[in-house]
Ligand binder design. Sequence first.
Ligand code: ZN
Ligand code: ZN
Length: 256
Amino acid sequence: MDITILGAHNTESENTRLISLLIDDVLAIDAGALTSSLSFAAQQKLKAILLTHQHYDHIRDIPAIAINYDLREKTLEIYSTKFVHEVLTTHLLNNVVYPNFLEKPPENPTIKFNILEPGETTSILNYSVSPVRVNHSRFTVGYEITAADGKTMLYTSDTGPGLTGVWQQVSPQLLIIETTASNRYESSALETGHLTPSLLQKELESLRDIQGYLPQVVLVHMNPLEEKKIKTEISEVARALGASIRLGYEGMKIHI
Ligand SMILES: [Zn+2]
Ligand SMILES: [Zn+2]
């Protein structure tokens, strides 16, 4: 499995993009940087997009990529929870902000939306995809994705602490998890459902206790203003755990 991090941050600028991951050029997770990072040809290679939750930094490029598919009379397969479907159709693809590509054109709508249920494994393309509930805004899911060769990655999406239930269900070779802010913002991270390096350390200790090992870890969703501090604090966490923990960046490629 080849994973490319298209967007690794929680705010956008010339040098930072919102969250999007690309797997083997055909499967995307979250849509913060799909159109801004991918050529038209690369966009057309996508066979499915998984969305983790309704926050704007994770769904932003859905209208933009939908129009590119619409103009080429192609169908875009999107998978997520019922709640994300509701938010997209109510607030974004609502025929006010943007056309409702879930119903347009009527004979063959551009977006085919597939509802996923947390805890139910689904086969998408050649992957086995399991949505797992995490601790963020309501109904947020991460995805465990297993390729045909058995290699497995887990992307938690945005999440706060308390992932014991997740660790009991997964055994990935690669963990892509968020660390939004440095340790000094622990209380606001707890309030908004995010992680800091010291909160992440506790989660990784719990993963190691439950699964007996630590996978390689890549961090995303960093606040660019906090990134330097996060990097320093994370190197201490990695040392304490004897683990490989790297900060993700736009264009980063990981092979498992
Ligand atoms: Zn979020
Ligand atoms: Zn986010």
